[in-house]
Design a protein around this ligand. Structure first.
Ligand code: FPP
Length: 248
């Protein structure tokens, strides 16, 4: 009995490599509250968030996750104070300017989910160049949802399907998925939200139809490798049935 209990504890403290999500998506929430709790401006929280992204990216690669999608700027975030919006734009630019060499050298492929219009022409060009430069990397794909909204993505898809003159009877789920920003990528297996909020917030609302969800009270800048390990262990324990009685 003692030996069995020991094995159970061991199993629960380790991620099962054969059950690591292929595609992990994260709503990186709580940067502002993390900063406020330390008497710092909100932007300091976003900067700490970027530091943490670097750590989590490394951890994802170590766990064998192949796609990481992060929610960095939503279509609703334009309503934040102008200085914060500008700060988040600067952060994206600075990540491209200072991290791209490293990301590229580590086999990370960058993709963008969302609308580029609205970003400055310089930033649009930098995003295009980063995507182009890393397009053949295959160790891990980092999808950056920036100026992204799930409803907007669906509206854009419908508009493009209509513009392409696709007959109604040819529209099915597979075709529709090809018109989304995530075209060609499998749906997320696990969606994590930090900071204790229990909302989807317009993130991957089509792609997340059968995703498992995991929420933690930990603010994003503190969501480290151990926190990710806990999320993955929870995911290991989920039985995914995709609407069936038993898993397919
Ligand atoms: C939510 O926290 C976080 C965001 C709106 C932005 C997250 C952005 C980063 C971590 C950096 C972006 C990275 C790239 C690659 C561009 P919040 O501000 O809503 O926190 P709060 O709920 O505590 O106010």
């Amino acid at each position: 009995m003692v030996a069995k209990a020991h094995i159970t504890v061991q199993e629960e403290s380790q991620v099962r490599p054969e059950r690591v999500p292929y595609h992990l998506a994260i709503i990186m929430d709580g940067n502002g509250r993390w900063a406020q709790a330390r008497g710092m401006p909100r932007l300091a929280g976003h900067k700490a968030g970027v530091e943490n992204l670097r750590r989590v990216l490394r951890a994802c690669s170590e766990f064998g996750i192949k796609i990481l999608t992060i929610y960095a700027f939503s279509t609703e975030n334009w309503g934040r104070p102008e200085s914060e919006v500008r700060g988040l734009m600067n952060i994206l630019e600075s990540v491209i300017d200072h991290e791209l060499n490293d990301l590229d050298a580590n086999g990370v492929q960058l993709r963008h989910l969302g609308r580029l219009e609205g970003l400055s022409p310089v930033l649009q060009r930098k995003v295009h160049e980063a995507i182009e430069r890393t397009r053949n990397n295959d160790r891990l794909t980092l999808n950056v949802a920036f100026n992204y909204g799930g409803r907007d993505e669906i509206i854009q898809a419908v508009r493009r399907i209509v513009a392409d003159g696709i007959p109604a009877e040819e529209i099915d789920e597979v075709l529709f998925s090809h018109y989304l920003y995530t075209c060609g990528a499998p749906d997320p297996d696990l969606i994590v939200r930090t900071s204790g909020e229990l909302r989807v917030s317009n993130f991957l609302i089509w792609q997340g139809a059968y995703a498992e969800y995991y929420a933690t009270p930990t603010y994003w800048p503190d969501f480290d490798k151990e926190e990710l390990r806990k999320a993955l262990i929870h995911y290991n324990g989920r039985e995914r049935r995709f609407g069936l009685v038993t898993p397919p």
